[in-house]
Design a binder for this molecule. Sequence first.
Ligand code: GDD
Ligand code: MN
Length: 380
Amino acid sequence: MQLSIVVPTYNESPNVAELVRRVGLAVQGIDAEMIFVDDSTDDTPDEVRRAAVTATLPVRVIHREDPVGGLGGAVIEGFAAAESDVCVVMDGDLQHPPADIPELYRRYRAGDVDLVVASRYTDDGSAQGLADRSRVMVSRLSTALTRAMFPIRLKAVSDPMTGFFLIDRRAVDLEGVKPRGFKILLEILARQSVRVAEIPFRFAERHAGESKASFRQGLHFLRQLTALRFGKMSLFAIIGGLGALANLAIMWGLTHLGMNYLVAAVIGAEVTILANFALQERFVFQDMKGEASGVWSRFAKSFAFNNAEAVIRIPIIALLVNTWHLSSVIAAAITLAVAFVVRFMFHSLVVYAPRTAGKRSLAREVVDELDAQAVSPGEL
Ligand code: GDD
Ligand code: MN
């Protein structure tokens, strides 16, 4: 087998037969197979089996009862199931012209790259098939933003959001890619170094059915982008920073209403601790919640830590001012910075620790965790 064509599908039943037919025509002379990785609630899997009977190439479907990772997760499962190391990924709605597959393959066969991206934004490529003006805008803006955030890794890639590409799976560590949602190519490009080339293609209109892209996918993408670029520690810092501002705003408001400033400070601090917990559950450690202890246990640990930290920090400031004669602002800044790092470590190592700790030594665990969470994937 020279080429495995992986097609993620979610309710694409009216498109399957035509896609299989056109792919069959396109890959004549290439020993290829098609693998549908399907999360549908309609009869897409049956359609695939029907189309397979008359197809001119082997066609199979993996229907996932437990669809993890959405579109991206489906693509990774497709790679794992492929007969060939060389895989093409394309959508199931004919927006990616099957006739371009041989060109992807030809470019790969030149032998100098592991990944060939079919781009809407190079040479005579085009994004015309996008549903409407606003999708075109969103696509262009998010592409520009993404390229600005990864100027080195994406230097050679004009369309990091495309869903149409060829990849030699030997060149990527599939375990290291955390597929979430639509932007599987970006995950690969941002996390790994692969040799890349591009060919232009014209993004066509949907053959039938409707797009599964949504506002939610858009938000998801922004989060994915921040996490890829900055790692968990920075998200944690952003939320902590917002919390500090909220804390001050609450204090300011309450004292203006005539409340004693100490009481206002306590209320501000507690409200912030609660809000920070909710935000970090949702945005920072969402991928670790599943294996960690229950939510109340996590809350208790986080709440206890933050309160203890607030209580301990005051006497330490006093100590720094009195013994080292630092200015109180500098002393407060130092304690805040140290507290931030300790708080991050405590949360990633204790609050969100997997329930069943393996046999790794504690030191090893600390190093591994810090490495995984704080630095990766902050490359460039
Ligand atoms: N298995 C699986 N699971 N497939 C899915 C899922 C899912 O949760 N969600 C969507 N798909 C499939 C669709 O059935 C389709 O075959 C393909 O993924 C792309 O989904 P569309 O709904 O057609 O997305 P789009 O056309 O708006 O977006 C495409 O173009 C974008 C560029 O503008 C995709 O290729 C995106 O990846 C790409 O960024
Ligand atoms: Mn589409």
